[in-house]
Ligand binder design. Structure first.
Ligand code: NAG
Ligand code: NAG
Ligand code: NAG
Ligand code: NAG
Length: 379
């Protein structure tokens, strides 16, 4: 399906600086990076970007230690800016561009039914990147701008550099999301190589079982990521019903514990067997003496942990789209997981406190296990 010549060229060009891929804080190619924009914190008056709500931490594959950036995300000298510049400056006749956000930039248009997801993926005919993030109304269509609405709360993102063939994985995963798309630029060669892109362009998405998809996506540099996607039709919790069972681990999940109206937070779920609990974050504590509640954090991430002291934690960290809230059971979205000890170390203690399971929840879960056990006994 993919022309062999293009693939070969892709391998050769993948290492030059001109290729479209994630860029670091110096504008150089980087295989992947993560960022964590801190909430607007009044109690840090001496740190201007943090008190202004633009301060952020960053690390990438070349230096896996959280670095508190001296300037805010609104200053045009960081990895997010340099990565997005490739979208702003690329030649549309040769570049695939796909930007989605359930709250469109520079606009009051938003969706409460499409995928609860935000991201940017851009490819030329050799390489590209996929950046998943949580920032409403970002990025703008015509030029880089860090919107004022993005100052208040915590936000997170991950960028992964990919080869041309991996656009197939990206497109197939996004086909589950039902994204709220505001830029979709599809040159003919891309449409011919990846037919699912035309379906995405027409606003179609997967409505047939299975209503979830898990794919390993290999970065340009060879790091495996495991991406999870679900449709709204699936109607279940991405974390407790898909990520935890697939990772075979208990997980702590930070996702906007900020219920309002009839959008209720999902409860923490304690597995009585201590294998696969799903605990919502309550309190975040970062290096650099920064801490805040989940209520102030709009980022969405997962940290695996072990409830058995004699069994080490699986070093999984996931970053993505969906909140643990009632309406979001019925919306598309996903999360991108990395299995990497160094990355895990950077995240292991970030969720410092979790919401305890209510007694009722514990009993309900125990009852379900009891019923399953009885059922298994008789069959
Ligand atoms: C701090 O952020 C606000 C937006 O929340 C912005 O309007 C303001 O200009 C910033 N302050 C300074 C001194 O740049
Ligand atoms: C974009 O690429 C096309 C096809 O190669 C070329 O004809 C056109 O001049 C380019 N446009 C710009 C602005 O570089
Ligand atoms: C979206 O909003 C409409 C109008 O407020 C409401 O009727 C509907 O239930 C909402 N849908 C979801 C999935 O929240
Ligand atoms: C949170 O950080 C502040 C400093 O900003 C510190 O005084 C306080 O003790 C911290 N609280 C917790 C629970 O870590």
């Amino acid at each position: 399906m993919i022309r062999p010549l293009i693939l070969l060229t892709s391998l050769l060009l993948g290492v030059t600086n001109a290729a479209i891929q994630c860029k670091d804080n110096n504008g150089n190619n980087v295989d992947w990076f993560v960022f964590y924009k801190l909430p607007h914190l009044w109690d840090h008056p001496t740190n201007f970007p943090i008190s202004n709500g633009t301060g952020f931490m960053y690390f990438d594959v070349n230096n896996k230690n959280w670095k508190l950036m001296p300037q805010g995300m609104d200053v045009q000298n960081n990895a997010i800016y340099y990565t997005l510049q490739q979208y702003y400056t690329s030649n549309k006749t040769k570049t695939f561009q796909y930007l989605y956000n359930d709250e469109w930039p520079d606009s009051t248009t938003w969706s409460n039914s499409s995928g609860h997801a935000k991201g940017v993926t851009v490819f030329d005919q050799y390489t590209g990147f996929w950046m998943l993030h949580s920032i409403p109304k970002f990025p703008s269509i015509n030029q880089f701008n860090f919107p004022s609405n993005a100052h208040w709360y915590g936000q997170m993102g991950i960028c992964v550099s990919l080869n041309y063939a991996s656009l197939s994985d990206v497109a197939n995963q996004l086909f589950y999301y039902n994204t709220f798309t505001y830029v979709f630029n599809l040159p003919q060669t891309f449409a011919a190589d990846f037919p699912v892109l035309s379906q995405l362009q027409n606003g179609l998405y997967n409505k047939n079982p299975p209503l979830t998809s898990i794919r390993v996506i290999k970065s340009l540099g060879g790091q495996n990521f495991k991406h999870f996607a679900k449709t709204g039709e699936w109607g279940k919790d991405l974390y407790n019903d898909l990520v935890g069972p697939e990772l075979k681990s208990s997980i702590k999940v930070e996702t906007w514990n900020h219920q309002s109206g009839d959008e209720l937070n999902l409860p923490s779920m304690c597995d009585p067997n201590h294998q696969q609990s799903t605990m919502s974050a309550k309190y975040i504590r970062l290096p650099f003496g920064v801490n805040y509640t989940s209520y102030e954090d709009h980022s969405k991430f997962v940290v695996a942990y072990s409830e058995n002291p004699s069994k080490p934690s699986f070093p999984y960290v996931c970053i993505g789209d969906i909140n643990r809230q009632t309406h979001q059971l019925h919306r598309g979205g996903g999360t991108m997981c990395i299995y990497d000890q160094d990355t895990y170390q950077q995240y292991a203690n970030v969720i410092a406190e979790v919401v305890p399971c209510s007694r009722a929840t514990v009993e309900k879960v125990a009852l379900i296990f009891l019923i399953i056990a009885i059922f298994n006994y008789f069959v």
